[in-house]
Design a protein around this ligand. Structure first.
Ligand code: NAD
Length: 303
């Protein structure tokens, strides 16, 4: 095995079931010491139990690995801090964080109450923020960290009935894009995983024959690449059923319209040209967009 996590300490949130469990087992199999976090509630986030996380720890230990369980609710920063403190007390470092915990509260937007919207944002977005915040200074001091955000095609492309979930899953990408810039100097790489897998989250959405191809293990194989020392940074890895791809956001080259002609009518008239994707690029940071536009305006003024 080339990819190896001997000496590394990993925290996997929501690791009592589904993808998180599979990530935790795969990391441990390759030598990582693992904090198996899980609140242990139902798919909609109700209830709590430490049973599932303890079972994963027992599986890791039975295979000769090291793991501890922690029942932190990722939406609660105090509990997350306690989880990280326990990892530090036991192993003295945290190298890998997979922000995986999540719930669903699906309903069309017109029927969704705001409490369900906020809860989903709180667990997916703030859960990822809380866990990242709790390990950030540790990783900076170590001059090493690998963080994985779990996004979703529902956020990147939309899915009926998932405005809350889609918003939260897209938000973790925004969080990642800036963290990547702030973590670069201290060797912290942040990537995102867009999985598709047969878990309790999806078991009633797809027929059994299709679900059988969508194994969590096929996704974890990709997730581990993002946890490795050689991991890229700011990559969105899409994975499911043995299919692997990357996703990116591109901006068209666009057009320039001089001040005397900047009107809605002129922009509408040039829509095909401004949205032409033949020269599109993925910008490396937000200010690069301002730079592109201002450079053109300056060139027009000078020329
Ligand atoms: P799952 O329901 O099997 O597992 C999620 C786990 O997170 C559960 O064990 C649950 O107890 C735990 N959890 C929920 N809220 C928590 C909280 N507040 N604190 C700590 N733990 C909590 O679901 P899954 O399919 O394995 O999903 C894992 C991640 O992958 C989620 O972020 C999900 O949104 C994402 N995802 C899954 C799919 C898919 O096809 N299964 C697709 C896109 C994204």
């Amino acid at each position: 095995m080339t990819i190896n996590f001997e000496g590394r300490v990993a925290i996997v949130t929501g690791a009592g079931n589904g993808l998180g469990r599979s990530h935790a087992l795969a990391l441990a199999e390759r030598g990582a010491k693992v904090v198996v976090n899980d609140l242990g509630g139902a798919r909609d986030g109700t209830g709590a139990s430490s049973e599932a996380a303890r079972e994963v720890v027992a599986m890791i230990e039975a295979a000769g690995g090291e793991a501890i369980s922690h029942g932190a609710n990722v939406a609660n920063f105090d509990e997350v801090e306690d989880m990280v403190a326990q990892a530090m007390a036991k192993w003295g470092r945290v190298d890998i964080l997979i922000n995986n915990a999540g719930i669903l509260r699906d309903k069309s937007f017109s029927k969704m109450d705001l409490a369900d919207f906020k809860l989903v944002m709180d667990i997916h977005l703030m859960g990822s923020v809380n866990c990242t915040k709790a390990v950030w200074e540790i990783m900076r001091e170590q001059n090493y960290g690998r963080i994985v955000m779990t996004t979703s095609a529902s956020g990147m492309y939309g899915n009926f009935g998932q405005t809350n979930y889609g918003a939260a899953k897209m938000a973790v990408l925004g969080f990642m894009n800036t963290l990547v810039l702030e973590g670069a100097k201290t060797n912290i790489h942040i990537n995102a995983l867009a999985p598709t897998a047969g878990t309790r989250m999806t078991e009633d959405l797809l027929p059994p024959a299709i679900l059988s191809t969508l194994t969590p293990e096929s996704v974890s194989a990709g997730a581990l690449v993002l946890c490795d020392e050689s991991a890229p940074t700011r990559t969105i890895l899409c994975a499911g059923a043995g299919g692997y791809a990357t996703a990116s956001m591109y901006e068209s080259d666009g057009i320039f319209i001089s001040a005397d002609k900047q009107s809605p009518d002129e922009i509408a008239a040039q829509w095909d040209a401004l949205s032409d994707t033949s020269n599109h690029v993925a910008l490396e940071s937000g200010p690069k967009q301002t730079e592109k536009f201002v450079m053109r305006a300056m060139a027009a003024l000078q020329g």
